[in-house]
Design a protein around this ligand. Structure first.
Ligand code: UD1
Length: 438
């Protein structure tokens, strides 16, 4: 398993470019199952989750070509297997995104039930209940969810989500594109990734309105066709680099991002003392104010609130702020696993159920720490960038799931960070592109 070795203290200075959003690319890849024609996706990030989704598509019989760096051409003309196996679902919960499209196009699907994961139970009951409302028969068989469409096919319905679910909304939205009649999704997730998926679906011939708001309407159509689409920039990677610039007292120009997707993050970080200038619609300029960082409380919320995927990075930032901040995690239980690692580096953090109390500022000291999930790993990298001495982060495969070559991007702007390869793992980039990406 690879590790990162970071020697802290260097300010991050220079220019960094943001990759495509993993959380948008994954559902867009799954959407390719809805048609026998080719879907071309541009601005695809090179991260492990994308390779896992590619494997899932190839396993079911689809073909995925990468004619150019960052472009995927997916054809699900031949699909032989309507199933996502446990081996894939257990490594990537978003494999469940195959469920809605398989069911809608082929009338049946089998997806292994995701187990508990490091950031809580993460059930998929809302996905299943909403597909059942469209008329699917859904049952459990040997640890798998099996869904079947009755002879009449899926039929549009009014669906009210009790809780906001991102992938739940995406699964239902995709299934509804091929259902008969109209589906209305109430209390839908409003994340930019939902709107991006809807844009692709509409290019494919679907009739989706309201994506990006809490009410989405989908008018079913008989079939979908080919489309070409460019994935939106990753707002969480953007936020992570803003935090990196600020915490190291550096100066960063962040290119190829969409500041409008980060309003809550930008306003919170400005409040704690980060200077963020929106240079234009795709560029941010970041530096820490001369007065330094000051503590502030935070609660995570579904979009447009402050994202849970930026909570860990914010916590590291607060270890350097003057005063006490109380961070409340409202989306996932057990999403404070980074806190104990930050404590080992000298941070003063107390956890009480869904709240973390952070007292700052504290000098962090380099230590050997362990990544527990994707965003927790990012918070440890931030800590390593400012810690005195050397920090070694184990299990960086978590970060490889969702950040494209984070160590190369950070090195480029002055960080002293290296990847220590400890085993022979599958190449991060698709075979044949490794040399280009490296
Ligand atoms: C997505 C994102 C993930 C982000 C999360 C919250 C992708 C691939 N992943 O995950 O990065 O952290 O949104 O913004 O886009 N819930 C249920 N029943 C369900 C589904 C969800 O109770 O059927 C609960 C979850 O346990 C959680 C909350 O709803 O408490 C939100 O989860 P959800 O939005 O579904 O997260 P994901 O879509 O898995």
């Amino acid at each position: 398993m690879d590790k990162f070795r970071i020697r802290g203290g260097n300010p991050i200075k220079g220019r960094v470019s943001i990759s495509g959003a993993k959380n948008s690319a994954l559902p867009c890849m799954a959407a390719a199952i809805l048609t026998s024609e080719t879907i071309t996706l541009h601005n695809m990030p090179y991260v492990r989750d994308i390779i896992t989704m590619r494997r899932l598509l190839e396993d079911i019989g689809a073909t995925v070509l990468t004619p150019e760096l960052r472009t995927h051409k997916i054809s699900a003309a031949q699909v032989e297997l309507m199933a996502a196996p446990y081996e894939l679902v257990k490594t990537m919960r978003a494999s469940v995104l195959a469920l809605g499209p398989l069911l809608a196009r082929f009338g049946k699907a089998r997806v292994s039930l995701p187990g508990g994961c490091a950031i809580g139970a993460r059930p998929i009951d809302l996905h299943l209940a909403s597909l059942a409302k469209l008329g699917a028969e859904v049952f459990l068989e040997a640890g798998d969810v099996v869904a079947r469409v009755p002879r009449d096919g899926l039929i549009g319905a009014e669906i009210h989500f009790d809780k906001v679910s991102v992938t739940g909304t995406e699964n239902l939205m995709m299934a509804a594109t091929l259902a008969r009649g109209k589906t209305t999704i109430h209390n839908a997730a409003r994340e930019p990734e939902i709107a991006d998926l809807a844009e692709l679906l509409n290019k494919m011939g679907a009739r989706v309105r309201g994506a990006g708001t809490a009410t989405i309407q989908v008018e079913g159509v008989a079939a979908l066709g080919s489309a070409e689409h460019s994935i939106i920039p990753d707002r969480i990677e953007t936020g992570t680099f803003i935090a990196a610039g600020a915490i190291t007292n550096g100066e960063l120009e962040i290119k190829d991002c969409r500041p409008e997707h980060l309003s809550a993050v930008i306003s919170k970080l400005r409040e704690v003392g980060v200077e963020i200038e929106e240079v234009n619609q795709s560029t941010l300029y970041v530096r820490c104010s001369e007065r330094g960082l000051k503590a502030s409380d935070l609660g995570t919320e579904p979009y447009p609130g402050f994202p849970t995927d930026m909570q860990a990075q914010f916590m590291t930032l607060m270890t350097q702020a003057q005063g006490r901040s109380i961070i409340t995690e409202t989306i996932f239980e057990n999403r404070f696993m980074h806190a104990s690692e930050l404590q080992r580096m000298g941070a003063r953090i107390q956890i009480s159920r869904d709240q973390a109390i952070v007292d700052g500022p504290d000098k962090l000291i380099g230590a050997r720490v362990q990544a527990s999930d994707l965003r927790a790993s990012a918070s440890l990298v931030l800590a390593g960038l400012i810690a005195k001495g050397e920090t070694q982060i184990d299990r960086v495969y978590h970060i490889d799931r969702g950040y494209e070559k984070i160590e190369a991007k950070l090195k480029e702007v002055g960080a002293d960070i290296d990847r220590v390869r400890e085993s022979v793992t599958a190449p991060l980039a698709p075979v044949g592109l490794d040399a280009v990406v490296a």
